[in-house]
Design a protein around this ligand. Sequence first.
Ligand SMILES: Nc1ncnc2c1ncn2[C@@H]1O[C@H](COP(=O)(O)OP(=O)(O)OP(=O)(O)O)[C@@H](O)[C@H]1O
Ligand SMILES: [Mg+2]
Length: 397
Amino acid sequence: MARNPEVVIIDPDLDVRAELKRTLEVGTFTVTGVADYGIEAVTVAQERSPDVFLVSMEEPVARALQTIEMLGSANSTAAIVVYSSLSDAASVRRAMVAGARDYLMKPIKPEDVSRAVFGILEQEERKRIHVGSDVSEPVARGTTVTIFGAKGGIGKTTIATNLATALVRTTGANVVLVDMDTRFGDVAIMMDIAVETSIADLGRRVEELDRESIKDYLVRHHTGVTILPAPLHPTEWRSVTPQQIERIIDLLAQGHDYIIIDTPGTFNELIATTLELANMILLVTSMDIASIKDTALALEMLRAAQVSEDKVKLTINHSTSSNSLREEDVERVLEYTVTWRIPHDYNVANSNQLGIPIVIAKPYARVARAVTDIAYALSGAPRERKGFLERFLGRAG
Ligand SMILES: Nc1ncnc2c1ncn2[C@@H]1O[C@H](COP(=O)(O)OP(=O)(O)OP(=O)(O)O)[C@@H](O)[C@H]1O
Ligand SMILES: [Mg+2]
């Protein structure tokens, strides 16, 4: 199953550790442990076997260097990435000689960590292929994000279509949007595409397909997003099995950087499969009492299904303009941290009706900026800085 890279943070400073853990967990990392230098680091290394160690190195550097060497012998497969405020060549060299694979300068940004970690994991992957392991079955998989919510009409499809588009715009990545709304399947309408073949047709033929031939069934949208539409008629879902969905998502994940899955406001075994396969679940809630109550039940259900909390990012979407609840109340009632907030924006209805994602139609609208922020957080891509005039013209247009 696809999973997030697992990271252990080694830093003697408790505050820095906690802050870095919070920052990384907003993205696609799972922080499985934090520790001080020395034996504590080695113990955590043996218990957790992460993909990457992030190790702080400051003056005096002896303890950090000794820890890096100990980690290398305790867990030879994990990569060690050092972060430091020391920018001189001698410090960098000493860290690398001790066994570090990369060296990041403080203040440490999530996008730097993403680049370093994914760079190392890709390099490892290339090495594995090179030494002649199974070349036809690469281990690398894209990141699967399931947009989930306990209710209909709370903005799941709006978020799914716009997040997919924003990811293409911010990263140039290969993004596939899968419409798993087993009732209405609105993606085709919101992206204004004609449905010729759907996920149900694909399900029937999935055993004959591989990661290249599956692309013939996808619709290429002018935004650059690739779409796998839902069937036009909901009864066609009856022939689709969880095993088919698992295989389809796996094949898509072999050929795309991101798989964004839209879901209905109801729950069934196909949706359970999309939650199980996701690296990240955006649990969307609107701000009305009914939605909060249903979200509490959804959180309970995810816990009962043993879905890791690291994966579940609570996202408030102000799909209506009513303001009876405060976001603090939502966090208190749900006992869950809100990761992302999407404001109410009257431009959404218009762009949904036109079939143009708002991140394209009105890139500077409040909703477009909020969804673009999620895309940056997910991908760790560096932000493009726009000049005042360009922003002004974009907003006016
Ligand atoms: N942030 C927002 N600001 C203003 N309107 C919004 C916002 N988000 C969603 N909407 C509006 O809310 C309505 C429902 O949105 P959407 O279809 O994306 O929800 P959904 O959760 O996918 O619904 P369903 O479960 O029925 O598929 C649409 O009319 C959309 O224009
Ligand atoms: Mg929808």
